[in-house]
Design a protein around this ligand. Sequence first.
Ligand SMILES: *Cc1c(COP(=O)(O)O)cnc(C)c1O
Length: 466
Amino acid sequence: MMNVEAAYSAENFRKSGHEIIDMLADHLHLCGDVSSPTLCYTDPGEQFRFWETEFSRAGDQQPAELIRKVIDRSIHLHNRNYMGHQTAVPIPVTALTHLVAGMLNNGMGVYEMGMAGNAMEKVVTNYLAKKIGFGTAAGGFITSGGSLGNLTALLAAKAASHPGVEIGSCAVIICSSAHYSLRKCALVMGLPDENIFELPVNGMHKMQTDELPVYYDKVIEKGLHIICVAASACSTATGTYDDLKAVGEFCKRKNLWFHVDGAHGLPVMFSPVYRHLIEGVELADSLIMDFHKLMMVPSLSTAVMFKNGSDAYGSFSQHADYLWLDQDSEEWYNSGKRTFECTKTMGVLNVYMLFKLYSEEIFRESVEKVYGLAREFAQLINADESFELVCEPESNIVCFRYKFPESINEKNMLLKQKLVEEGKFYLVQTTIGGQLFLRVSIMNPSSLIENFKALLARIREFATQD
Ligand SMILES: *Cc1c(COP(=O)(O)O)cnc(C)c1O
């Protein structure tokens, strides 16, 4: 048999599929045992040499053999001691939907290439629009990640806020403690870095909204044009929420576009306990929410939502004769008219499956679990003289440090490095106001307060070793 024929064989697929699913199930099982490592750290050079050698032995392996090595050399998000970056710990069934999307490979850009996917996107985004409190004119779609989501929304904001006017590089985005993707967006949009106006933050690292009128006047005086005011819900570094109501009302008064970057923290919309954190979100003209952060699905899918759905067609109005007959009509089922992507993965299937199996209850439960754990963890830190918090957590993100009497930044950095190399826990660091802090995002809804007690105990041991 030719290679290509064997490679497409249904029976070969069935056999290796069963083996790999068994292997992943064993992996999940092992992750439940916290004595198994979260990661086996190897330095980048060694890692490269390993995969280079592996690559040179092409053709002599069964698929499962390679997968075994990939699992062993990857960080294990399903371990309860994973508390690092804000990446979802996928619910296993969503790994299956991800696989299905890969096999069907429906490209989504035009209707026929994603009939089910395009319709599912409309169902899910309509549901979210209602949940947010948008009216019937709202609309949205799914794109590949929050960074691209922000860019898409900002381009729509630019088109809608200054229709028919070439504002070029005289445009400004007002924000505060924004995700660095906003600066990347500005770069792509041809805006100089200084045209990102960053408002100061208060003690909770939230936008100081009473500064908005001052900054507004400054911008207008300079003859610049405001594309939008972008609020964080929540911010990436500290996980605290800007006052959306205050920003939204200001924008309404001044007739400005209001964008909410809710990549991480908008799923609190599913929790009656935490919904108050996003009060005023319905005032937004555009917003984004990542599914692959707090919504427990594999990367990469992000909802981009507009209060006025037809604004979405302003981001990329262009012509592609081979794709669409009617270039200017607004057709929800031809996804490529609104997205940066041409070919796009059927990312909606993962989240659609979770809604169907569990309803929004699963998101409520998970948000309340990880947000609640963050508050308990903060209490442990507050009760221990050797540690300090940056601020009380509002989300599942907690920033803290060990109070070394001297060289506090260097020593906390070293602590983090030691923890990562040991491989039991995974956490990260961040710099806030020039100071280095340890940063935990509680992404695994199976984590227990005991895991955080153990983390603090391990840190104390490292800190007092020499
Ligand atoms: C993670 C994050 C982003 C970027 O999203 P990606 O999906 O990683 O591209 C943007 N904004 C905020 C607030 C985030 O937390």
